[in-house]
Design a protein around this ligand. Structure first.
Ligand SMILES: Nc1ncnc2c1ncn2[C@@H]1O[C@H](COP(=O)(O)OP(=O)(O)OP(=O)(O)O)[C@@H](O)[C@H]1O
Ligand code: SF4
Ligand SMILES: [Mg+2]
Length: 338
């Protein structure tokens, strides 16, 4: 098997929200590689920064948010482009074209005033200057691919005429209309009922298998992660604390937060809907705890944890952990001195 190639590299990403209450330090130095053709799961409790990280990739951060620092490299036609340096026009060509999103709420992603066919075709016309007739035909094809019944009729429907599950299929069709290299699916099944959830997941799996699209899958559902993801990145309070392949995350988690997160999922094949909360709550990110942001909740917290952010260590090939427990004695001593 050939070595996996990176398609996206996030480096030292910081995002703040300038609210009346203070500056929310939402993303705190995130580093993440995404490999071509993989499904990368991004997990963590609510408010830990999954959505903000994924939106930052194409600078979709709503005000009062601001990307403070960092680089986001996307490999296009063999060249690395820093997405954070592109002007708005250049970025628009990438967003919805090379990098597409599916969000939690299909209703807000669709325009109530236009038919579904128009909305799917429009994406192709805008991005690829496709001919309307061709785009319309492809819209029907795409809906067919998403297993929507009677696609020739559905293209004439307005969003309010469709069920939640069907709307999400339309959103998936729009996202796939330009054959994106990366599909970012942010809680894509949260707002639909359980049977439809399973169908949508099968659909995403099938499309991924057939087209080899790289998927970043954001979810609270560890069953879904077990079923779909190749690798998993675990986030806590604006940091990625652990990254490993899916088997390792479930069987040999190293970070105390990941361990806590999984304590309630003894068997990854069992579908658990929500993550069991770890005692304590995610900190207020206007005043994040110094050092390791997890230290107020961590059963293993040491003195150094309260003062210095832990370094990221690769403890086995491809298995990264940010925790002082896995740093060397020298590193800890060195950090104590600073
Ligand atoms: N518009 C905003 N104004 C202020 N703070 C925000 C805003 N949007 C996000 N944040 C903050 O950024 C942090 C990360 O939020 P984000 O939405 O990325 O979390 P998440 O991991 O996606 O959570 P969930 O699982 O609930 O979707 C949170 O602390 C949140 O308070
Ligand atoms: S760095 Fe310290 S506080 Fe943070 S997770 Fe590791 S042991 Fe716990
Ligand atoms: Mg979110």
């Amino acid at each position: 098997m050939s070595k996996p190639r990176e398609i996206l590299k996030i480096r030292d990403l910081y995002v703040n929200f300038y609210t009346y209450a203070g500056v929310v330090k939402a993303i705190n130095g995130v580093d993440l590689d995404v490999y071509e053709g993989e499904v990368l799961g991004l997990v963590g409790e609510t408010g830990c920064g999954k959505t903000v990280t994924s939106r930052a990739i194409t600078r979709l951060i709503p005000p009062p948010g601001r990307i403070e620092r960092g680089e986001i490299f996307f490999r296009k036609n063999g060249e690395w482009i820093n997405l954070l340096n592109l002007d708005d026009d250049e970025l628009r060509k990438i967003r919805g074209n090379d990098i597409a999103y599916i969000f939690q709420d299909p209703s807000s992603a669709l325009d109530p005033l236009y038919t579904t066919g128009y909305q799917i075709a429009e994406t192709m016309v805008v991005h690829n200057r496709a001919d309307w007739n061709e785009a319309w035909k492809k819209a029907v094809e795409l809906l067919k691919e998403t297993m929507i019944p009677a696609p020739e009729e559905r293209v004439k429907n307005f969003p309010h005429e469709l069920s939640g599950g069907m709307k999400q299929r339309v959103v998936i069709s729009i996202a796939l209309s330009n054959d994106p290299k990366i599909l970012i699916a942010d809680e894509p099944t949260t707002n639909v009922d359980v049977t439809i959830q399973a169908e949508l997941i099968d659909l995403l799996k099938e499309l991924q298998r057939r087209k080899g699209t790289t998927i970043m899958l954001i979810t609270h559902n560890m069953g879904l992660i077990a079923e779909m993801a190749d690798r998993v990145a675990v986030m806590y309070a604006g940091n990625i604390v652990e990254i490993a392949d899916v088997w390792t995350i479930f069987e040999e988690p190293m970070h105390p937060y990941t361990k806590g997160l999984l304590a309630c999922v003894p068997d990854p094949l069992k579908k658990i809907e929500r993550l069991e909360p770890i005692p304590g709550t995610i900190p207020n990110l206007i005043y994040p705890p110094p050092g390791c942001r997890f230290h107020p909740r961590c059963p293993h917290a040491m003195d150094i944890c309260k003062k210095k952010r832990p370094p990221r260590k690769e403890i086995a090939p491809g298995h990264f952990v940010e925790c002082w427990l896995y740093a060397s004695e020298e590193e800890r001593k060195e950090a104590e001195k600073e």
